[in-house]
Design a binder for this molecule. Structure first.
Ligand SMILES: Cc1ncc(COP(=O)(O)O)c(C=O)c1O
Length: 503
C-alpha cells in the first residue's frame, strides 16, 4: 500500500490574505501533483489529517478534493483511500500525438456549392460615419426619432411578460405580423392574413428564404438586368440559372423574357421602383407577368424595398394585389423605412406554402428577436411609424431636389441627374463619354460612396451612369458631394473638397 504523503512533505505556500481557502488548497495540491511533489499513484493524505494540520474545516478539504477528483487529478478507490491519478488531465493538453506529428495547415476546403454561393459577393462596410454622399442604401438616420424610439422601447421592455424572453414564433411576433398585414393592406393593397406574414432579418433574408424554398439547382429565373445583386446572389446560391432580362421605362420586358426562357420557374422584379434605374412597372407589364406566371405555374418575387417613397404621380398598388392565382411572394423591409441596423423585414407568402416557409425559417435561425419585434409593433400601433414615413417622404423629396439642382449648376455639362419619382437614389447619366466605373473609382478615392450602373449589369446594362443616393445626406452634404464629383469629373482632385473632411 502506498504511503500517504504528509502535509510537511509538500511545502505548500501559505494562503494569501483574503484568499478563499478551498481554492487555495485546490490550487496548491494541483501544483504539487503537477510538479511531482505528489507523485503519480501516491496515496493522498486523508482529509482529516490535512484539516487538522492546517486548521481547515473538513468541508473545505473535501471541496478541494472534489474539484481535483472531478478534473481527474485524483481518484478514489473504494475502501482504500484516495490516490494521485496515473494519467493527469494536463497530459492530453501537451498531446503525445501533437508532440510527435507537427501540426499541418489544414486543407479542409469550402464545398463547391459554398464557393459558388459566395462568388462575387462584396461585404458591405459598417457605417462608421453617416451622411456620406451618395451612399445609395441609407435612409435619413440623422432624422430618426431616437428619443421617441427609446421611450417606446423602455415602455415595452418594462411591461413585457416573461414569456417574451422565451422561445419565439418562427414566423415572427404575432402582434407585429398583424400590424404588418394591416399596413401593407392599407398602403400597398396587399391582400393577406397575418398567418401569411413571415418576419425576416431584412428583405435580404426573405430573398434567400424564397430562393431556397422555390428553386431547384438548374431552374431558370428571370432577373431584371441591371438588377439587385443581393437577389442575384441568393438565387445563384440556390443553384438557379440566372436569365438576364432587359428593363425599359415600363419595367421588365416580359416579351423578351418569354422568348428567352418561357419555362422559367421564377421572376424577380422590383415593380414599384426598379433597382437601380428607377421607374414603375406599367399595368400592362404587370398583367402580362401575372398571366405568364399563372399559366406556367411559376413564381414571382415582388421586392418592394422602398415603395413608400413616391414623389410624383399616384402610387400603383403592389403586383400582389392583382394576383389571383397565388404565385406572388411579396417582400418588404423596415431597414429602409426606419434604420438599417434594425434588420427587420418581412415577406407575405401564399397561404398554401406558409407552413413550409415557417419550417425553413426555423432551420435558418429559429425566429427573429422577439423583444425588437415587440418594440417595432408598438411603434407601428402607436402611429409613430406612419408619421415617420410621411415625414421622410417629404424630406427625401426635398433632398432629391437639392441634389438635382446642385448637380444642374455644378455638373450640368457632365451629368444629367434624373429627378427620381420614387425611392432613395437616382440615376445620373454621364454626358462626357467617361466610363462609369472609372468615374466611380476616382470618386470613391475622394471619399464619395456611389455606384456605377455597370456594377449592376448582367449583360444588358450600359456603362454610362452613376447611381447616387440622396436620402441619407443633408442638403449641405449633398452640395459638397456634388462639388467633389465635379472636381473628379474634371480630372482634378482637390484635397480640401474631399468628403472625408465632412466626418
Ligand atoms: C432592391 C433591394 N432589395 C432588397 C434589399 C435588402 O434590404 P435589407 O437591407 O432590408 O435586407 C435592398 C437593399 O438595399 C435592395 O436595394
Amino acid at each position: 500500500m502506498a504511503k500517504a504523503e504528509t502535509f510537511q512533505d509538500l511545502s505548500l505556500t501559505p494562503a494569501g490574505e483574503g484568499q478563499e481557502l478551498r481554492s487555495w488548497l485546490y490550487s496548491e495540491l494541483r501544483t504539487a501533483i503537477l510538479d511531482g511533489r505528489l507523485r503519480r499513484g501516491a496515496r493522498m493524505p486523508s482529509t482529516r489529517s490535512l484539516a487538522k494540520q492546517y486548521s481547515l474545516s473538513r468541508g473545505t478539504v473535501t471541496a478541494a478534493f472534489d474539484s481535483l477528483h472531478n478534473e481527474g487529478y485524483i481518484a478514489a478507490l473504494v475502501g482504500s483511500g484516495t490516490y494521485v491519478a496515473f494519467e493527469l488531465p494536463d497530459d492530453s493538453l501537451a498531446g503525445p500525438t501533437a508532440a510527435v506529428t507537427p501540426a499541418q495547415p489544414s486543407r479542409a476546403a469550402l464545398s463547391t456549392r459554398g464557393n459558388a454561393a459566395i462568388g462575387g459577393v462584396r461585404l458591405l462596410p459598417p457605417s462608421h460615419s453617416l451622411g456620406r454622399a451618395f451612399r445609395p442604401y441609407e435612409p435619413a438616420i440623422d432624422l430618426f426619432p431616437v428619443a421617441l424610439w427609446s421611450r417606446v422601447a423602455g415602455r415595452v421592455l418594462r411591461k413585457a411578460p416573461r414569456s417574451l424572453y422565451g422561445q419565439g414564433d418562427a414566423c415572427g411576433y404575432l402582434p407585429l405580423r398583424k400590424a404588418i398585414a394591416e399596413y401593407v393592406g392599407a398602403a400597398r393593397g396587399v391582400h393577406c392574413e397575418p398567418g401569411q406574414v413571415i418576419v425576416t432579418s431584412g428583405a435580404q433574408q426573405a430573398l434567400d428564404l424564397a430562393a431556397r424554398m422555390l428553386m431547384d439547382p438548374g431552374d431558370a429565373v428571370w432577373m431584371e438586368d441591371p438588377g439587385y445583386p443581393g437577389a442575384i446572389f441568393a438565387l445563384r446560391a440556390a443553384g438557379a440559372q440566372i436569365i438576364p432580362i432587359g428593363v425599359d421605362e415600363e419595367g421588365l420586358d416580359v416579351q423578351e423574357a418569354r422568348r428567352e426562357a418561357p419555362r422559367a420557374k421564377l421572376a424577380y422584379v422590383t415593380p414599384a421602383n426598379q433597382f437601380p434605374l428607377g421607374g414603375t412597372m406599367s399595368p400592362a407589364r404587370r398583367w402580362a407577368l401575372l398571366d405568364w406566371a399563372s399559366h406556367q405555374n411559376a413564381w414571382i418575387i415582388e421586392d418592394e424595398y422602398d415603395a413608400e417613397y413616391r414623389y410624383s404621380g399616384r402610387p400603383i398598388p403592389a403586383l400582389q394585389s392583382l394576383d389571383r392565382s397565388g404565385c406572388v411572394i411579396y417582400v418588404g423591409t423596415f431597414t429602409k423605412m426606419l434604420f438599417n441596423s434594425l434588420r427587420l423585414g418581412f415577406m407575405v407568402v401564399p397561404e398554401r406554402v406558409a407552413g413550409a416557409f415557417a419550417a425553413s425559417r426555423t432551420i435558418l435561425d429559429r425566429h427573429p428577436p422577439t423583444l425588437d419585434q415587440a418594440i417595432l409593433a408598438e411603434f407601428i400601433l402607436d402611429g409613430h411609424f406612419g408619421h415617420h414615413v410621411r415625414r421622410m417622404r417629404q424630406t427625401y423629396g426635398r433632398r432629391m431636389k437639392v441634389l438635382t439642382e446642385a448637380a444642374g449648376l455644378r455638373l450640368g455639362g457632365k451629368l444629367n441627374v434624373e429627378e427620381a419619382d420614387s425611392g432613395m437614389r437616382t440615376v445620373a447619366w454621364i454626358k462626357t463619354g467617361q466610363k462609369d466605373r472609372s468615374v466611380a473609382e476616382r470618386a470613391r478615392s475622394q471619399g464619395l460612396e456611389l455606384a456605377a450602373l455597370s456594377e449592376f449589369r448582367l449583360t444588358h446594362a450600359r456603362e454610362d451612369a452613376l447611381i447616387l443616393g440622396f436620402a441619407g445626406c443633408t442638403g449641405a452634404e449633398l452640395r459638397r458631394g456634388v462639388d467633389v464629383l465635379a472636381h473628379v469629373m474634371d480630372g482634378e482632385s482637390e484635397p480640401q473638397a474631399r468628403v472625408m473632411a465632412m466626418e
